[in-house]
Design a protein around this ligand. Sequence first.
Ligand code: NCD
Length: 318
Amino acid sequence: MTYHLLSIHQFEIKEIFEIFNSIPIIKKHISVPISRLACSNKIIVNAFFEPSTRTSLSFASAMYRLGGNVITFNKEYSSINKGETFPDTIRTISSFGDILILRHPERGIMMKAIENSQIPIINAGDGDGEHPSQAILDLYTIYHKFGYEFQTKTILFVGDIKNSRTIHSLLELLHMFPSMKIYFLPFHNKFPTNIMINKVKQVHNQSDNLIFTFSNVKFDLFDIVYCTRNQTERESSWVMTDSIKHEKPDFIINNYFVNKLNDDCILLHPLPRNQELNDDVDSNHRSYFFKQMELGVEVRMAILEFVMNKNNKSLLDL
Ligand code: NCD
């Protein structure tokens, strides 16, 4: 049966560490000519039905770094505009490559996609559902900073907790490490659901209030602050207008806020940012979100190889 990477729920802890431990090894392939031979006949199909910069290009870069090739489906110029259905599109594009990297605005669409795909699919974001490769990257960034000690750290999620698929996936991943502590500083009306709160309380054995407001944040509690933008496109009547682009978030994370955090606390953001993350923090030593973005290539090299291995193939061996 084909192994698709659709959700964090599929993972066991040992597989997460298998991916982390493979990264230094797989990175060596970047400059080894043999790797070019190893997967020079392998192709990933990048199919993004929603905007993307980092996820699509880091998967593409990862595949090129491994010596493979990338083809890109472009929705605007595709036969969707001639009335082609989603199943037919997936059937078609999946016959042109070895792994399909798929992003789509509809939560849960991956199940429909796998029914029509001839090759493994990696979920690169399904609406407000999941974004598993980003969660692995986020946790790897935390591990990169703290080593195995990360398992006892405390994280504050900031912003649109309700709609952020990166938070939804990362939360599931953090539930595998019950000694971590989790808190939230949500935007107005973007609170975690009761199900999310109860799961944190139960798994992480937290009995105190998990939700902070901007005026009562306990700055010295956190080792990691994970910020997200307002996911305005998830609102049903969404149309991108200039007023939305310039819409002020409920509060702004700037140097005034960040300088109150512990000295070795790190600030993460999956990006893109809007106004919630002020660029005056860019040179703050706690800012780790550009590092997080850069690590995306090596993490996705490892994820591509992990998915191939699960399907009894490899991008590394001839
Ligand atoms: C995120 C996404 O697409 O969910 N971006 C990303 O993949 N790095 C976060 C976002 O769009 O806010």
